[in-house]
Design a protein around this ligand. Sequence first.
Ligand code: ADP
Ligand code: ZN
Length: 212
Amino acid sequence: MMGPPGAGKGIRGRIIGKMFDIPVITAGNMLRDATSKGTEDGLVAEGYMNRGDLVPDNIVIAIVEERLSRPDVEKGFVLDGFPRSMNQAVALDRILKRLNAKIDCVITVSARAETIVARLSLRRICSKCGAIYHLRDIVPKVEGVCDECGGRLIQREDDREEILRHRFEVYEKQTFPIIEKYSTVGTLKEISGELEVKEIPSVLEKLLRPRG
Ligand code: ADP
Ligand code: ZN
């Protein structure tokens, strides 16, 4: 899943995971997890994340590589938020080669800046499982509580407007250029980031399983 911050990669990735019954590996969630556990890498990562900068490649690559060495990825997986730099893309190629796996599809999610800013200011995430909510569009059944796991919903530090603007610049400079790398593979598919949440599953079905 590729696209600017807040375009809706996370929610689309989770829907795809359910469609194909495969794990969704979300770099940002794994980093936030490491931070809340207080691991050495997690504490380093926290500073970068709060500023809206990319966490150093070696940290992110190690975390993703460890995750991809577990057996549940064998029937496939969704990668959300990785790779985000050219070094990470090169590392992913190496890891996939070792796993004897290939990328079936690179899904890009596009959205206008106004949509994203409006969305992120109302975004809440589950502190336990990473599920995504929106105070107007994806309202939890019980206020402040995750529908899926009962975890507490929190607002992310980096969803503040100043930080958000910087995350955009980082995306344009460091992540956007690597989409080009995948455009030659013939696997790029685009989905709008502006859809209503209830429209997303059928659009993804058409995109990923056109013959049902
Ligand atoms: P969003 O897609 O809304 O920006 P994420 O949860 O994917 O949110 O990312 C939040 C932050 O986590 C990023 O701003 C960055 O600091 C860090 N991060 C996530 N993925 C990566 C990655 N692949 N490489 C480096 N840093 C990352
Ligand atoms: Zn949860």
